[in-house]
Design a protein around this ligand. Structure first.
Ligand code: IMP
Ligand code: MG
Length: 185
């Protein structure tokens, strides 16, 4: 019988140093956001539709979903940049919501708003599906590099102009598993 291998050392976690935002602070803030969102949507007569932007927002969305006290459904969208040869910043939707959004209350869930291009492109597409309302919840807001004016209805934390990883946010596909948010560099 093959021996079970020992779980890999969480090398990164012990080498990461102090988090910019600890797991405890995130948990508290996400609880509060869930309460606030539940109050705002208290009177709607259909379940709220959370539209989660893959992949970075999945960790935040999973916690936010469980902090809601109103019924909610889950949908996913994914944005990708066009390949070389097209103008920079051009986005296409690699995955679009599966269910109809006509007349539904939609809350777009994003990990971080940087230039604002990603949510702006996605919101434009979602509006064509005629939702009753469309709002945006973002765990992080980094206003320093905004290019497109973006209205964030529910914000977790406003952060300085540093690249961040952890709690779903990646660098080259890695570090999403870190429970807190860390600056890289
Ligand atoms: P925007 O379109 O410039 O607003 O960029 C937002 C997207 O870029 C997010 O969905 C993230 O996936 C990614 N992103 C921006 N800044 C960071 C960061 O500091 N860490 C990880 N991902 C980031
Ligand atoms: Mg993203």
């Amino acid at each position: 019988m093959p021996e079970t291998s020992a779980p890999p050392e969480p090398i990164l976690k012990k080498d990461m140093g102090r988090a910019l935002i600890s797991a405890e602070r995130i948990a508290k803030r996400v609880e509060d956001m869930g309460r606030e969102i539940s109050e705002v949507y208290a009177d709607i007569d259909t379940p709220l539709v959370l539209v989660v932007i893959l992949k970075g927002a999945t960790v935040f969305a999973a916690d936010l979903l469980r902090s809601l006290s109103i019924p909610a459904e889950l949908e996913f969208v994914s944005a990708a940049s066009y390949g070389s040869g097209t103008s920079p910043g051009k986005l296409r939707l690699a995955h679009m919501v599966e269910g109809p959004l006509v007349g539904r209350h939609v809350l777009l869930i994003e990990d971080i708003i940087d230039s604002g291009r990603t949510v702006s492109a996605i919101e434009k597409r979602l509006r064509k599906l005629k939702p009753a309302s469309l709002r945006l919840a973002a765990l992080l807001d980094r206003p320093a590099r905004r290019e497109v004016e973006t209205r964030i209805d529910f914000t977790g934390f406003v952060i300085p102009d540093r690249f961040v990883i952890g709690y779903g946010l990646d660098y080259a596909g890695l570090y999403r598993e870190l429970p807190g948010i860390y600056t890289l560099t």
